[in-house]
Design a protein. Structure first.
Length: 186
């Protein structure tokens, strides 16, 4: 009787072993296509100033500029954002020359104002203090190192325009063209 139970046990074990060996495997496939490197910016609104014989400063509300950057390329090549601006003009004959030391247009991007929407390590600001934006050339203000900055990021820079007391400008609205460019490589 013991031999029959042992034989039955061995037979069941052998059937289980054969069943495990007979299992088939299938594969799953997916095609992934890299996207693009892009940025989205919006108009910058500065506070109004009233000339009163003293230097004035027009500022944007802290964190009010809702910009974004996306690296969907899937390469890990890193990237950076640059900014340039033109002089502020009334559109007729008066300008605020942002190249002058006392009428600079400045950007600041605090680390707390760069957040991950979806992605890996966030990019790093190069302008954590108010930094003049050139009216010729450009300024690198945000950078993602190799293998970082892959995904989407919310960016909220702050801006300031110095309006010196001796500025010869009339009342009115002054505008500047701000250009932000996404560039491959940190």
């Amino acid at each position: 009787m013991m031999k029959k139970r042992l034989l039955a046990f061995l037979l069941v074990f052998a059937l289980l072993a054969v069943s495990a060996i007979a299992a088939a495997a299938e594969t799953g496939t997916v095609t992934i296509t890299g996207g693009t490197l892009s940025e989205t910016i919006a108009n910058v609104t500065l506070s109004g100033v009233t000339l009163d014989g003293t230097d004035q400063t027009a500022t944007s509300a802290s964190g009010s500029n809702a910009w974004s950057a996306t690296d969907a390329r899937g390469t890990g090549a890193g990237w950076n954002l640059t900014i340039a601006a033109t002089d502020f003009s009334d559109g007729v004959d008066k300008t605020i020359d942002i190249a002058q030391a006392d009428s600079e247009f400045k950007i600041q991007l605090l680390d707390a104002n760069v957040t991950i929407t979806a992605g890996n390590t966030k990019p790093v600001s190069a302008v954590t203090t108010l930094t003049p934006i050139p009216d010729t050339g450009s300024l690198k203000f945000l950078s993602a190192a190799i293998n970082t900055g892959m995904g989407s990021y919310a960016i909220a820079p702050n801006f300031e325009l110095e309006v010196p007391a001796e500025t010869f400008v009339g009342s009115g609205t002054y505008t500047s063209t701000i250009t932000v460019t996404a560039v491959s490589g940190p």
